[in-house]
Ligand binder design. Structure first.
Ligand code: BGC
Length: 333
């Protein structure tokens, strides 16, 4: 190679390195592959995670798949091609997303399953809330108040492992109440509130409005259920549940049309995931692992966090005090 050619190649490279040190370019690159941004919480997850990674010296490239598992898989491939050091995945489909993990590993990129477990693959880390506990907390709340009668169950997305865990939590509690009858149970693809609305309309017709409780797997589906109840002037009479402490749900709780929500402090999740991401990027083992969760292939090192039951009595002390929503947002004025 001639001297001139070498200068022509090395020169610009040095310039880039110089610019990177002057502008404080990122020390590591992270891909965040999100199933959806539909529910209010996911924007919070994204923003907190991104800000924390930047604080730790990294950068985040985000791709959101609009509830389309095929799109998510190709977006994830694209992130791997862009040379990310760690891939963080919120899976639309906990089974088929194993292809993402396998592909990332071929490029020596570790993968973190964020909030939703990815099954049957060698996952590097799982960071989430205990979703069985989420279901138990919802069911415990309403079963104590209505220990007998007809119950409907509106589950989340059948392709999301969390929906199955929440359901397991429901039944862990329901089995202690022999006078409760689950007369109607349905699943909502992509946790769709519209599907929940239709299901509850059908259930109410089928059971001639004779229902005491509707266990809904999250606040979004609860919104659909409450709309169906309102059409029959039953909102507030039939107890309903949810998770996420969405603003609309907090307002329903104050108004009395939703009994309880399960709050999962997103900040804790996003910060724990960001810290673990930085550790993996540096080739270290994440320091906050506190559990192992089996995903069908292996015991995945996990960071598990605890959810909190919220009703109208502890709304201020949990949701407002934590800065998740303000007093004004929830109560108006
Ligand atoms: C999350 C819930 C969320 C639902 C719908 C689940 O995996 O754990 O917080 O409401 O997905 O996005």
């Amino acid at each position: 190679m001639s001297k001139i050619v070498r200068i022509a190649i090395v020169g610009p490279m040095l310039l880039v390195l110089l610019l990177m040190s002057v502008t404080g370019a990122a020390k590591f690159k992270v891909g965040l592959s999100m199933a959806t941004l539909a529910e209010e919480r996911w924007k919070v997850d994204r923003d907190l995670f991104k800000a924390e990674i930047e604080k730790l010296g990294g950068e985040v490239i985000v791709a959101a798949a609009n509830g389309d598992e095929n799109l998510q898989n190709s977006q994830a491939e694209n992130l791997i091609t862009q040379g990310v050091d760690v891939l963080v995945v919120i899976a639309q489909n906990g089974e088929t997303a194993s292809a993402i993990v396998n592909s990332a590993h071929k490029s020596k990129v570790p993968v973190i399953a964020y909030d939703r477990l990815i099954k049957n693959c060698d996952l590097d880390l799982y960071v989430s809330f205990d979703s069985v506990k989420v279901g138990e907390l919802m069911a415990e709340y309403v079963c104590r108040l209505r220990p007998s009668g007809n119950y409907f169950i509106i589950n989340g997305s059948p392709t999301d492992n969390n929906a199955h865990l929440v359901r397991q939590g429901f039944y862990n509690v329901l089995k202690k109440y022999p006078k409760i009858k689950v007369v109607f149970e349905q699943w909502c693809d992509s946790w769709s509130p519209e599907k929940a609305l239709k299901h509850v309309e059908n259930g109410l017709t089928q059971f001639k409005n004779d229902v005491q409780v509707i266990l809904c797997a999250n606040d979004g589906t609860c919104g659909g259920a409450v709309q169906a109840l309102a059409e029959q002037k039953l909102a507030g009479k039939v107890l309903t549940t949810g998770q996420d402490a969405e603003l609309a749900a907090c307002k329903r709780i104050v108004a009395g049309t939703q009994a309880v929500t399960i709050y999962k402090p997103i900040k804790k999740l996003a910060l724990a995931a960001a810290k673990a991401t930085a550790e993996l990027a540096a080739g270290k083992t994440p320091s906050e692992i506190n559990e192992k969760v089996n995903n069908g292939r292996s015991d995945v090192p996990s960071i598990m966090l605890m959810p909190i039951q919220v009703d109208k009595n502890n709304m201020r002390e949990v949701i407002v005090a934590d800065g998740y929503h303000t007093e004004e947002e929830i109560y108006g004025k």
